[in-house]
Design a protein around this ligand. Structure first.
Ligand SMILES: [Mg+2]
Length: 214
């Protein structure tokens, strides 16, 4: 019936990132609360999330990347928001074409497949050669979907800066999911309000998705 697409972000949209931030804190020897508070401060200041490591006292965080990855061990079932898999399955059942396209290392694609995600299209930024909020990421997204009219594509994410505004600028329908640090702290600019659907969960997204094209 429909050739409409729902493309989803990963971090704080499908995956609760509490465990990876906790892993970073533990490896860097920073109390978890301190690192997470620093992240919140950087979100308020519109700085990149990596500045929180410096703010919390670990400017050399980059040298710990592989150690963190080893301790973290990739996405696990416990990291999933409980509504993530059911929502993706419900969207597929409802006839939507579903994509998962996000700023993540390439290895996350296989990890998400292992957790049971079987979207029509899935790729991470490190495989796509472009990262949000670069418009090139959203142009590449459209290519991977087979170049549909952007107005037939919803992009679902937790960040106003990385997800909502650049997908809106590309002519897609942004859906802002208000969970995670960015989802609760950021605010939607006045001129983006009428074009953005705001939801509290992916369950609400499934219930209201038809409104986008009503
Ligand atoms: Mg995200």
């Amino acid at each position: 019936v429909t050739s409409r697409w729902v493309a989803l972000d990963v971090g704080e949209t499908l995956i609760d990132e509490t465990r990876i931030w906790s892993t970073w804190a533990d490896v860097l020897g920073i109390p978890r609360l301190t690192l997470m508070a620093a992240l919140g401060a950087e979100v308020v200041l519109d700085n990149g999330h990596t500045s929180s490591f410096g703010l919390a006292g670990a400017p050399d965080w980059r040298t710990h990347f592989e150690e963190v990855e080893e301790v973290y061990g990739g996405f696990k079932e416990e990291d999933l928001y409980p509504d993530a898999l059911p929502a993706v399955q419900a969207l597929c059942t409802a006839g939507y074409r579903v994509a998962i396209l996000a700023n993540q290392p390439a290895r996350r694609t296989a990890e998400l497949r292992a957790l049971g995600f079987e979207p029509d299209v899935m790729a991470m930024s490190d495989e796509m050669g472009a990262h949000k909020p670069d418009p090139a990421f959203f142009a590449r997204t459209l290519e991977l979907l087979g170049s549909p009219d952007p107005g037939t594509v919803a992009y679902v994410g937790d960040r106003v800066d990385n997800d909502v505004l650049p997908s809106l600028a590309m002519g897609m329908h942004p859906v802002w999911i208000r969970r995670g640090p960015w989802g609760v702290i950021q605010t939607l600019p006045e001129d983006a309000r009428s074009g953005t659907m705001v939801v509290a969960s992916l369950t609400e997204l499934v219930e209201r998705i038809d409104e986008l094209w009503g």
